[in-house]
Design a protein around this ligand. Sequence first.
Ligand code: CA
Length: 455
Amino acid sequence: MRALIALGLLTLGGAANAADPPKKTNVLFILTDDMRPELGCYGHPQVKSPNIDALAKAGVRFDRAYCQYPLCNPSRASMLTGRLPTTTGVLDNTADVRKLHPDWVTLPEHFKANGYVSLRTGKIFHGGIDDPQSWSEGGEPQKKPDPNAPKPDPAQRQKASDQIVKLKGDGESHGDYKTADRAIKFLQQNKDKPFFLACGFVKPHSPPTAPEKYFDLYDVKTVKLPDNFAAKPTVPDGFPKPSLVPNYDLFINRDASEDEAKEMTRAYWASVSWVDWNVGRVVAELDKLGLRENTVIVFWGDHGYHLGEMGKWAKHGSLFEVGTRVPLIVVAPGAKANGQAALPPVQSIDLYPTLCELCGLKPPAGLQGHSLKPLLNDAKTKWEHPAFTVAGNAKNLGVAVRTDKYRYAEWNGGKNGAMLFDETTDPNERKNLADDPKFADVRKRLADLAKAATK
Ligand SMILES: [Ca+2]
């Protein structure tokens, strides 16, 4: 690889050799749905994720990466447009970022406009509201709601929510298997062109799903429940009322016993390991085609997830660490910090400017994140940008700020409550310091940041 750079055959967004037009750097962007940063490479003692671990070893692992909103559609709309949810106006799973902002250029669309083929396989934008103009191939027309469609039955949803799905074989019947197959085909077909390939898996989103053999990787007897496990959504006294909303994914409207919670956690881990296997299939094809040295790989999760922490089994509305923290790995060929972990807080909207810089594209105006390239070259570089996460809606907007040390969140500008945690001493977020006079200055500083970012 060094030799290729010396010959001017390979550039990472740097200056071109006059004699050889620079070969464009490809992007392979792997998305996962509701995946916690609970993986081998993040230090989890049990979860098996060898393929994602290999990406972390090859690239930079971000240990404090945060989503912009703890829900699929708003999180993805922000990441794909490089703007905070208060700017996109996408605060639920039905708003369409394209309808709201016809003139914005999405991340894949920007690559398409700069001579790349932009390829979509699987869930990238939210299901049913894809943005066909972002893609050269793979875009899907939006589904119009059917006015005659039967209304969802809450009782059925509640019953279905606790189902654990075991697939046959390697899971060939499931969409995620097909998503990886399509990514492999796209790589084969486009290996000679500059490409931006987005490959989005829908697991481990509920219901937990994996082939039988991935369940066999884990003994339910070894599953340890979180220290702050509870049978139903529960927070200590003095926490803001909007800080914990009901379960919408698992254990809907009912308590979870410890045995059920352990079975569900095991199934979630099985689902994570199966996603890992599909990730491995796609990356293996990239390697087989000899594209690794000219391709930036991003591995990303759309938001956090509670697996029984505070009795919650979902992400909706959570501005806690566990609801907002995501796995994020960036493998940029030749980056000096490859193989290391970066600790500063970073956020999903940083990816748009990062990929522009790594691939030598001028970013469009209006992006609100910061290129992570300095951290990719020096994981310990000074980094003073906090991460912001939004939840709720205009009636009761929640805004969280994460710095190296603190997590602060307030609803309706603090009028509907606030919470402040010292993450260095209270990682389980049990002690709300928001009204402690000793932390009044800290609260003021963080509240000012929250207001300035989301005004
Ligand atoms: Ca999701």
